[in-house]
Ligand binder design. Structure first.
Ligand code: B3K
Ligand code: ZN
Length: 854
């Protein structure tokens, strides 16, 4: 592994040369694609005389400085050019083979169209360049290709010229007036259907909006373009930010490593986050599209106009932009339900990352392969850190901080420290201790003790914090934690609501004039990404579930209540005691179902009972088989106790045509399956009469629990109906991958040969193999090790085809430390097998070597 060198944040140095202008010319010609790159290079360090450029996987044809051939040294991933000049024109010609590029980084083909993906370090696969985010240049791009096959030739910025060439082909020229780093460059060439619209900005500029989709899919692009218009309007009203170019383009491609990419003026999207109509996309898909379209649009300011100095600062743009997209969804839809979704990502996935071998702070300090750091920590914990700042400052001061940030840094590549300085300077709130959230990894554990003195009407809370050591960082310091607290009377009235500043390892807070022993609602709205330890009684949780003012607190209480019951029953199993569920738990759930006041979507969240992976995150070690049995028992008890109410709600909601109602109806349907097989026919009826994909999929998910002839029949019907619509077949692959039945694995192995599956397409791989490893805990962790083998074989295939995707789906295999020694031994055996591969990618090497700590 000669290339697997770590880079360190502490080693950052400013570039010795920069590039201010880049003229790129692409002659798109399949395997013989030519790229001429003319850069205006400016020396920044007067002592520098060697320009070292990044480059990978290309054929170098020529290098000229000021029109003359020069001496250069080409190595595997770099090109060094002697250049003892203050400024000069550099011309580099490279030849690319986009057809052979299966990694989907750099210039590649997606279903016959050329497209690019340059973040993080893909531009170096297009030409030799200073491929680092602190080199910002003005781009002019000429693209030439066959006119019939590639009628649309797109790049960043504004179209400035187009015409025909002598050889009967056509060309276009694009100019982007905003200096940008290479990772924001994009090119697309192909034949598409085009949906157009217009947005008039607040200062009355007309912006042309274009969404390009595969032929025949135009009718599925309306939701995306509507979402774009909502995003543009929202960013103006909430953040005072207006769009800056005359055109905004979105191109949907089926071969894409992640969700979407915010290239300046030319976003490239995974079709999953563009295409939707009610027969093929669920309500969740619609929501996902709105939020990803928003996310990429919001990057135009937080990411593009102000970008990152280096990749260690990735959370500067990603944490902030996730925070912005979460606020967008919350302003447009249910704030509580959106918050619950965000909390689940932190508790179920980010906490797992913290306790595994890839733990890192939101601003990592060392990286082998940057693509491995597009993580739930950098993105979602990063967003929580921004949210905490927002809590500490309040909306007005936070917006003043944003304004100052743009005043200071528009057009620059900056650091997370620059962001927090702007927030601190604009608000006069001291963020010095708070900034530890950027450098310290791990999940803080916050333990709370209460004490009530009736005579003096005094309520005391002792709040202690400590962060366990993580794989890469042993020493931990106390953090500044905004701790949202509400004290409720036993009638449910609010006696106090405030955000405490927790800053020390242990702190006491005293509240006077508290006339009765309150029920505390602690860490409301998950005001900090920490694990809360408090010995809630069943009555307190039942109380919070039924009368907390904060809707998120009601949900949290329900999760605590059912989790306590599940863990009690794990203990019962281990001690050979009979399992049972406290009737107060059942009553609390029934009460929620009967409550007319609560939003349907919120009730649906409460009735989406915790997954095994969510439960595992609550403990340090787990006996998986006991957990699975105890969980199934508690869920069955609750479902049986609520049978009549579940059925009544199901029937009543079947008449309502609304996303929230559908989500609750489908949650009821799923739980009814736990009561009796009788309800299989209810699911079958729903599937057969469904008028939208949410209801079809809801029915299939309900019967996916175990093998039944109804399940087989419906799955076959779905396959026949949707076999030629890949995104819809992805849902079918995932249903197979997450089926609890013992035969699941054999089916999956045979599905890798199915015509709807391909190792070359990331959506297919994630839907089948990724969903299995991350979402089918009991089958993945089979004691016979076959689940691990299946993932391992798939990763070995993907190592060569698409290392980025391989490294993403390996996550459940490296997070082995909570399992029993038999399972751990098998997981490590699989990892050793991967580590011994002759041409192991950097991506996999980094994760596997850290997991095995070699
Ligand atoms: N910035 C891109 C992610 C790029 C991932 C590179 N491996 C999408 C986003 O976060 O908006
Ligand atoms: Zn992003």
């Amino acid at each position: 592994m000669t290339q697997a060198q770590a880079k360190f944040l502490k080693d950052y140095t400013a570039p010795k040369f920069t590039i201010t202008h880049l003229d790129l010319s692409f002659t798109l010609d399949g395997k013989e694609t030519l790229v001429v790159a003319k850069s205006l290079v400016v020396r920044k360090d007067p002592l520098a005389n060697l320009l070292i450029l990044d480059g990978d996987e290309m054929k170098l044809l020529s290098v000229k400085v000021n029109g003359k051939e020069v001496n250069y040294k080409q190595e595997l991933t770099s090109l060094s050019i002697e250049a003892n000049l203050d400024d000069f024109e550099l011309e580099i010609v490279t030849k690319l083979d986009p057809e052979a590029n299966l990694s989907l980084e750099g210039l590649y083909m997606s279903d016959g169209a050329y497209c690019t993906q340059c973040e993080a370090e893909g531009f170096r696969r297009i030409t030799y360049f200073l491929d680092r985010p602190d080199v910002l240049a003005i781009y002019t791009v000429r693209v030439e290709a066959d006119k019939t096959v590639f009628p649309y030739l797109l790049s960043n910025g504004n179209l400035i010229e187009q015409g025909l060439t002598d050889s009967g082909r056509h060309f276009v020229k694009w100019h982007d007036p905003f200096p940008k780093p290479a990772y924001l460059f994009a090119l697309v060439a192909g034949d598409f259907d085009l949906l157009e619209d217009e947005f008039i900005t607040r200062s009355e500029r007309a912006v042309k909006l274009q969404v390009f989709v595969d032929k025949g899919n135009l009718h599925k692009a309306h939701h995306a373009i509507a979402s774009l218009k909502k995003s543009m309007a929202w960013d103006e009203s909430r953040f005072n930010l207006e769009y800056d170019l005359d055109i905004y383009m979105i191109v949907a491609v089926d071969f894409f490593n992640m969700g979407a990419m915010e290239n300046k003026g030319l976003n490239v999207f995974n079709t999953k986050y563009v295409l939707a109509d009610t027969s093929t996309a669920t309500d969740d898909d619609y929501h996902g599209i709105e939020s990803v379209v928003g996310h990429e649009y919001f990057h135009n300011w937080t990411g593009n106009r102000v970008t990152c100095r280096d990749w260690f600062q990735l959370s500067l743009k990603e944490g902030l932009t996730v925070f912005r997209d979460q606020e967008f969804s919350s302003d447009l839809g249910s704030r509580a339900v959106n918050r619950i979704h965000a909390i689940k990502v932190i508790k179920n996935q980010q906490f797992a990352e913290d306790s595994g071998p890839m733990a890192h702070p939101i601003r990592p300090e060392s990286v082998i392969e940057m693509n491995n750091f597009y993580t739930v920590t950098v993105y979602n914990k990063g967003a929580e850190v921004i949210r905490m700042m927002h809590t500490l400052l309040g909306e007005d001061k936070f917006q003043a901080g944003m304004k100052l940030y743009f005043e200071r840094h528009d057009g620059q590549a900056v650091t997370c420290d620059d962001f927090s300085s702007a927030m601190q300077d604009a608000s006069s709130i001291d963020l010095s201790q708070f900034k530890r959230w950027y450098s310290q990894s791990g999940t803080p554990v916050v333990t709370v003790l209460e004490d009530y003195d009736e005579a003096s009407e005094t309520y005391r809370l002792t709040i202690s914090q400590s962060t366990p050591a993580t794989a890469e960082q042993k020493e931990k310091l106390p953090l500044h934690i905004p701790f949202d607290l509400e004290l409720l009377s036993n009638q449910g009235d609010s006696m106090l609501n405030q955000v405490l500043d927790v800053k020390h390892s242990s702190q006491e807070f005293v509240f006077n004039g508290i006339s009765q022993k309150p029920t505390p609602s602690l860490l409301q709205n998950f005001s900090a990404p920490v694990k809360l330890v408090f010995n809630y009684s069943v009555d307190q949780l039942v109380g919070l579930m039924s009368y907390a003012n904060c809707e998120v607190a009601r949900w949290e209480a329900s999760v605590n209540l059912i989790s306590q019951s599940i863990w009690d029953n794990v203990a019962n199993l281990q001690n050979n005691h009979t399992m049972h569920v406290d009737p107060r738990v059942m009553d609390a759930y029934r009460g929620v179902l009967l409550s007319e006041a609560l939003d349907h979507a919120l009730v649906a969240e409460i009735f989406t009972l915790p997954s095994i992976s969510a439960l595992i995150e609550q403990v340090n070690t787990v006996e998986l088989d006991a957990l699975s049995i105890a969980r199934a028992f508690v869920i069955e008890e609750i479902a049986s106790a609520c049978e009549d109410e579940l059925l009544a709600r199901y029937r009543e909601l079947s008449l309502v045509n609304h996303a929230g109602a559908r989500s609750l109806k489908n949650a009821c349907l799923l739980l009814l399956q736990k009561v009796s097989d009788e309800y299989l026919s209810l699911a079958e009826g729903q599937y057969l009469q469904a008028e939208n994909m949410t209801d079809s999929l809801g029915a299939l998910q309900a019967v996916n629990g175990e093998s039944s002839s109804i399940r087989q029949t419906l799955m076959s019907d779905y396959e026949v109906k949707w076999q030629s619509t890949p995104l819809v077949m992805d849902k079918w692959l995932t249903l197979h991958a997450t089926c609890a039945d013992e035969t699941c694995l054999d089916t999956l192995i045979s599905l890798t040969e199915h015509e709807s599956f391909s190792f070359g397409n990331p959506n297919r791989v994630r839907s089948l193999i990724g969903a299995f490893a991350a979402g089918n805990l009991m089958q993945f962790h089979r004691v016979d090790g076959k689940g691990y083998n299946f993932l391992t074989e798939s990763i070995i295939k993907l190592n060569k085809v698409n290392p980025q995707v391989a490294a993403r789906i390996i996550t459940p295999l490296i997070q082995f430390n909570k399992f029993d020694i038999v399972r751990q031994a098998q997981m490590k055996k699989s990892l050793k097998r991967i580590l011994s591969l002759p041409e192991l990618s950097k991506d996999l090497y980094e994760k596997v070597s850290k997991a095995l700590a070699v």
